[in-house]
Design a protein. Sequence first.
Length: 339
Amino acid sequence: MVMPWTANPQCAGSIPALASKKQSFLHSFMQFLEQFLEMMLAERGVAKNSILSYRRDLLDFNSFLAKHKLEELSVKDSDVNKFIEELALSKISARSINRKISTLKNYYNFLISENHTTYNPSLLVDLPRYHAKLPTFLLIEEIQTLLKCCNQDDSPEGLRLNAMIHLLYASGMRVSELVSVKLADIASGNNFNLIRKSFLITGKGNKERIVVISDQARTVMERYLKIRELFCSKKDSKSQIYFFTSNSKQGYMTRQNFALLLKKACINAGLDPELISPHTLRHSFASHLLEGGADLRVIQELLGHSDISTTQIYTHLQTSHLKKTLQQFHPLEKKLKKF
């Protein structure tokens, strides 16, 4: 990877001292960076996608340090505030800025724990405010329309996609959990020809939870199971391991490919593809459970949320829905609109 502060090779001979200083600075920072990422992965069980985000955030901060000739162990609150200002000027969203500063907080706490420094400069800074968007979800009727449309496609690709959509909505799994589920975890029988009523998965933070599948979803998945071998690569043993197998490098259908196929399915069903993503189905699962009277703690467990406050956003969603319903149907609201 070529870093933004790397010297031009043609000019390297003219400024050897400066190049040497930059290399020394880079080595010191990257050494701490890799140690931090290894700790987050091994000790805290952070997902690989989150590790990639941490790396990008810290490399952005490192570019800022190199630009202003700052040493990471001598950074002050004012420097972090300046970093925030520059991010804002670059049209970085408030949400992304908050995430980057959260990464910095974790990073400097790690440096303190390793006795590299005694101060965290990211604790007392002015963060931009942002309003968390309520998760989008489909109405039950829209879900039924989507599933009915998918049920009509009997091609191997259609059976696989139908099984994925049914499982995602029936379980509320994360898309990363869905695509990487293994055959041995979800299927039983001598020839793996039956779908289990429940199975164990490992989610964020290496936390295990039980996934329960409805009878309707199991029926759809068993239809796919009969033709699953068509997607298995004879050369690659990886594809034999995963339930939603493919010829991709990973051995299973990628998140990006599934998201694209889901949008195509929505178009076929007459739904707006711009409003629907794999995460929309997860949100729909939780929202419909809450609407049906399920306990919030149960939904938390099914979703794999470590904190109940994360699950509580669905109560805000229901409140918003109730307000719209009241404004639309209550007789007093209708009279007020006339005035």
